[in-house]
Design a protein around this ligand. Sequence first.
Ligand code: ADP
Length: 814
Amino acid sequence: MHIKPKIVLFVLLPIFLFFGLITLFDYQATRARITTQVKVNLQDQAQLYANQVDTLVREASSIALTTANFVSSHQSFQESMLYEVIGQNIQNNPLIYGATIAFEPGEFAGRALFSPYVYHAANGLKQLDLGTASYDYTKPQWHWYAIPRQTGRALWSEPYFDEGGGNIEMVTFSMPFFRSGHFAGVTTVDLDISHLLGIAGLDKLDRQNTFIVTQSGHFVFHHDKRWLGKRWQDNQNEFPPSQANKLSQVLQGRAAQIFELSEPNGKSLWVASAPVTGANWNLIVRIDAQEALAEINEQATRSAKLIVIALVLALLVSWFLLTRIVNPIGRLAEIARQIAEGKPDADVIAESKDEVGELSKSFALMAEKLKAREAALIQSNTALKTQIQERTEELEKRIRTEQILRYSEEKFAVAFNSNPTAFCIIRREDGLLLEVNKAFEDLLEYRHDDLVRKTIAEIDFWVDLSTRPEIVDFLLEENPARSGETRWRTRSGKIRTVIPSAELVTLDGVSFLLTSIVDITERKQTEYELNHYRRHLEDLVATRTAELEIANQRLKEIDQLKSMFIASMSHELRTPLNAIIGFSGMLYQGLSGDLTDEQKHDVERIYRAGNHLLELITDVIDISKIEAGRVDTFPREFSLKELVDEAVATIQPLADAKSLTVTVTPPAAWPRVVTDRKRVLQCLLNVLGNAVKYSEHGGIVLSVHDRNDDFEFSVRDTGIGIAPEDLHKLFEAFERLDSHLRIKAGGTGLGLYLTRKIITDILGGEITVESRPGVGSTFTMHMPKVMHATSGATHDKVATLLPQKQGLTRSTEP
Ligand code: ADP
């Protein structure tokens, strides 16, 4: 929360609240005080009025009393005398309208009724005898006579209207008098109550709110004369029924008191009552509480208004002043914040000439100083940073150097002591052995203490002492130096061949030779043995070469024998076989006479077996020729179409016999090729033959493709197919796969073996196969259009037969 609302909320408002409360309390106290005072005044006033009225009525009653005393104490009177007495008594009392002495019948001179009455008329006092005015006052209806007669006590009557007489509203005081101990009559005074207050000197009182009532509740005084003698309870306008109870109680109490009455309209009345003891009456004065407190209420309203105005004024003034104070402070706070955020350039404007202005000036000064100090700080910070960085780098370098040093020392110690190479450190100036390592001790079979702190001259391990100076000098002069070989003797007398090498190290001006000794004794021995063996090996190689040459010679001879065998086989087997086939064919056809069925069957078997054998022999010879590299090739130009036509024509009858179709898919243009026609045809027929042999329905499709330098035959059949696991066996010699067609199809198991040999070894192409069992197979052969001269005939038969000896054989050949 900002400072302005804070000040208003926590300072101004509480102050006003405080003053407001004080004023309220003061108002309450004043109101209570004034209330009490008004009430006391009212009470006093009521009492005062009551006393004045009391004096009057007592005066009046005393007149009746005097008259009564007079009558009681005289036995006989003259009639006129009585009038005179009464007249004198009332003459000076304006309140008394009239007075009488009413005798009991027979009491005054034997007369039945006699009541001399004197009263104030307009033109002075007048007199009459009530008894002769045929007014029988002894009747019970006339209370003023009847009740004292009955009780023997004085009585103030209730107010009544004296009709016919004075025509006024009056009350009568009756006093009984006695003669010779018996009731003899009453003396009375009649009071004109319409003049009661005037006579009592109470003209100035608030007539509207002053009432006198008798004990039975009849008005003796009321500002409205019409109400005189009437009961207050019937005056519901001024005394609402709601007040009746309270008022009755008060009037019964006959003591001075003050009480509050509320009217139905919410108006509050303060009522004071005081007894008029002389006549058993009550005087009531009432006052409107609101009116009584009007002044104090007015004052309170005025005060409240003043407080509100003061509050508003104070708020406005405070707000203005606070704005004057707070705004610059707010600006200062904002600037302080900017400075804190590192913007020391924030402007500080000193506006006013008061404390805030002073503060702004101080602030500006401070900001400037801060700026300067920050600049200085930044500068020193930068310097410090550089210094720290330099120190850090220096320290790091030192630590690194120390680490390296320690590490290299340790490394050196480890390397020195545990090195398998023998090391010693020699002081250069006198050849003193300062340190030797374990390998050095082992090499010379000396103990550490036998070597260290001795000069190399003292320890005699030189075999050829003559070489010593030369080697020592060499080590001392050259750096780093590796001397020549020399021989040392161990403590047990063994001779070791060593090569000492030295590195010159200078520490604190002293030079040392860090010398390593390489023991080459074993190497020397091995070298010697190797030389010996090499010489022996050369002899061995010569012997073996001779042996090989002999074996080679023998092989050539064997090969010649094999060639001869094959040639003779070709001739010797084929000639009789052809005879067997030819003659059995003739026999079968019946050219040599009729044969029995059995004979015909046997001849047919001979014919077939002969053909099979011939086929086998032809294949075997072919294979051996190829393997021996003795195949004669005859490349020539020919049309591929003619070759394909020939192959299809050859195979067609076989296909027809099995109801298989043969289809050729030709290339875009039939190429001409230069290759061995016979071998190409052989291969194609072989594959086509197999396709027919191993198919039972469908057909064979031969697709011919021209592929630039190559051409390709693809033979697809719808035969029994080949299981994937059998594919690798397909091109093996004598390999015939298991199938239900195996017997029926016949064959040697050499066809594909030979075909591949011809294609790869002679024609320079290759054969591949794809097959799915039960669906069919596709054999693809492709080969160059122009056969390469390297194929076939140029093969070296020895190389083919003995490939593992090739390198050796070649190297021995001249
Ligand atoms: P054979 O003279 O037995 O036909 P081959 O070398 O020509 O000998 O074939 C070897 C074997 O390969 C055959 O016995 C046959 O089981 C299988 N074979 C060759 N061609 C096919 C083919 N087109 N379909 C199914 N099997 C074949």
